[in-house]
Write a protein that binds this ligand. Structure first.
Ligand SMILES: *[C@@H]1O[C@H](CO)[C@@H](O)[C@H](O)[C@H]1NC(C)=O
Ligand SMILES: *[C@@H]1O[C@H](CO)[C@@H](O)[C@H](O)[C@H]1NC(C)=O
Length: 204
């Protein structure tokens, strides 16, 4: 915990030095000059770590690479993320709508199942290899705060340097890098009945 507090303070200090107002609660900076169009398309969710024990329990129980398809319809201020993965030999597909915000690289969505509001940030991406995500969740009405860090990759194989950067990000977010779950490649699957509507089963 000591380390987490220190890094938050350093971040806050850095922001103040740059003359950017310090926003309450979130100290997350999105990728500079974020380009939504380049971020769209297919990603693999290759590694995750979270302060939420239920999320970690669920992921440890089924550590498979999730295939993500991101689609943005021009002129709409949201995009759809369709996640496909194998759960107990069934191919499960869920779809989540993310609202764009005034900050490029920062999105918002609500998870009805947990009554959770989620703020997502693309903190670091080069678009054609990796994207590092920080998701800040608030479960209401209890106001439980969670932080989840995810590594998206354009291919199922990830360079060590990218994994090292991801570990650093997890530590900066107050998590131990040895709790990171590296998802396994169990092959891609195709659901028998693709979803077209957003479902309440959307992922945090
Ligand atoms: C997405 O945004 C458009 C307008 O930009 C809106 O009409 C539509 O309802 C939104 N979709 C969802 C599922 O929120
Ligand atoms: C898979 O099936 C087993 C046994 O039927 C069950 O206990 C487990 O919860 C299931 N896992 C998932 C992820 O649905």
């Amino acid at each position: 915990m000591q380390r987490a507090v220190v890094s938050l303070l350093v971040l806050q200090w850095a922001w103040t030095l740059k003359g950017i107002p310090v926003l309450p609660e979130t100290y997350i900076l999105a990728q500079e000059n974020f380009d939504l169009g380049q971020f769209m398309g297919k990603w693999y969710e290759v590694a995750v770590v979270s302060t939420c024990p239920y999320y970690m329990q669920r992921k440890r129980g089924n550590p498979v690479i999730v295939t993500l398809e991101l689609k943005h319809v021009a002129s709409q201020d949201n995009f759809t993320m369709t996640a496909t993965n194998l759960r107990n030999d069934s191919c499960i597909q869920t779809s989540t709508v993310y609202s764009l915000t005034n900050t490029p690289g920062r999105f918002f969505h609500h998870v009805a199942r947990f009554g959770a509001d989620v703020d997502s940030f693309v903190v670091h991406t080069n678009y054609d290899e990796f994207a590092m995500m920080v998701l800040l969740g608030t479960e209401r009405p209890a106001e439980i705060k969670t932080t989840t860090v995810k590594l998206y990759s354009r291919s199922m194989v990830v360079k060590d340097a990218v994994l090292d950067d991801f570990k650093t990000l997890a530590r900066q977010q107050g998590m131990s890098d040895d709790t990171i779950i590296n998802n396994q490649n169990k092959g891609e699957c195709t659901p028998s009945e693709p979803v077209t509507e957003p479902t309440p089963k959307s992922q945090v």
